[in-house]
Design a protein around this ligand. Structure first.
Ligand code: AMP
Length: 210
C-alpha cells in the first residue's frame, strides 16, 4: 500500500501512522522526523535546515525531494509506505508522481482551534520520536517517556509563534494539495477530531474500499 498522509500539523498524522505502519507492515516515512534526525546528528543537511524547522518554514523543495528519493532506495520502501508530511507543495507532489504510484491520499481534517490545542500540548521523546499530549495522551509519569525513561521535550516549532507560522504555511502551500489529489481521485477525507483509535478505524474502513 502506497499512502500519503495529508493534513495540517497537529492533525494526528504521525500518531495514526504509528498504528498504520504495523497494521499494513509498511514503513512510516516522516520527512519531519528525517530532518530532526539529521539535526540531532549534526549532519550537513541538519545544519542546513535547523533554523528553517525552528521557524516553522518549509525546507526548499530540491532538498526535501532529494531526501525522499534517497529514502525510497531503501529496501523496506519498495513494497509500500506511509508518507507523513510529504508532499507539502505542488512541486513535491509532481516529483512524487515520478517516484511512485499512490494508492490513496488520506486527508486528516481538523479545525484550527483544535490544531492549536493539540500542538501546544504536544510533547515528544527526542530519541524515539514518540509523541504524547499533556492532556489527551499523557505519559504514565509526567514529562517522562514510557519506554525509554527519558525526559520529554517540546519541539521548538510547537511553541506559539512557530505554530502560527506553520498554519499560515500550511494554508498557503500545502492545502492546495487537497484539491490536487481530489482531482486525481485519490483523496480520502477523515474526521481527525476523534480519538486515535476511532480515527484509525475510519482510516482502515476508508482504505478497505480503495
Ligand atoms: P513535521 O514533523 O511534519 O511537522 O515537520 C516539521 C518541519 O520539517 C516542518 O515545519 C518543515 O520545516 C520541515 N518539513 C517536513 N516535511 C517537509 C516537506 N515535505 N517540505 C518542506 N519542509 C518540510
Amino acid at each position: 500500500m502506497k499512502l500519503v498522509f495529508l493534513g495540517p500539523p497537529g492533525a494526528g498524522k504521525g500518531t495514526i501512522a504509528t498504528r498504520a505502519k504495523e497494521f499494513y507492515s509498511i514503513p512510516h516515512i516522516s520527512t519531519g522526523d528525517l530532518f530532526r534526525h539529521n539535526i540531532k546528528n549534526e549532519t550537513e543537511l541538519g545544519k542546513q535546515v535547523k533554523a528553517i524547522l525552528a521557524a516553522g518554514d518549509l525546507v526548499p523543495d530540491s532538498i526535501t525531494i532529494a531526501m525522499v528519493e534517497d529514502r525510497f532506495k531503501d529496501d523496506d520502501a519498495k513494497g509500500g509506505f506511509i508518507l507523513d508530511g510529504f508532499p507539502r507543495t505542488i512541486a513535491q507532489a509532481e516529483a512524487l508522481e515520478q517516484m511512485a504510484d499512490l494508492d490513496a491520499v488520506v486527508n486528516f481534517v481538523l479545525d484550527k482551534e483544535r490544531i492549536v490545542k493539540r500542538l501546544s500540548g504536544r510533547r515528544m521523546c527526542k530519541s524515539t520520536g514518540r509523541i504524547y499530549h499533556i492532556e489527551y495522551d499523557p505519559p504514565k509519569t509526567d514529562g517522562i517517556d514510557d519506554e525509554t525513561g527519558e525526559p520529554l521535550i517540546q519541539r521548538d516549532d510547537d511553541k506559539e509563534d512557530a505554530i502560527m507560522n506553520r498554519l499560515d504555511v500550511y494554508d498557503a502551500q500545502t492545502a492546495p494539495l487537497i484539491e490536487y489529489y481530489r482531482g486525481k481521485g485519490l483523496l480520502v477525507d477523515i474526521d481527525a477530531s476523534k480519538s486515535p483509535k476511532e480515527v484509525f478505524e475510519s482510516v482502515k474502513k476508508a482504505l478497505a474500499k480503495k
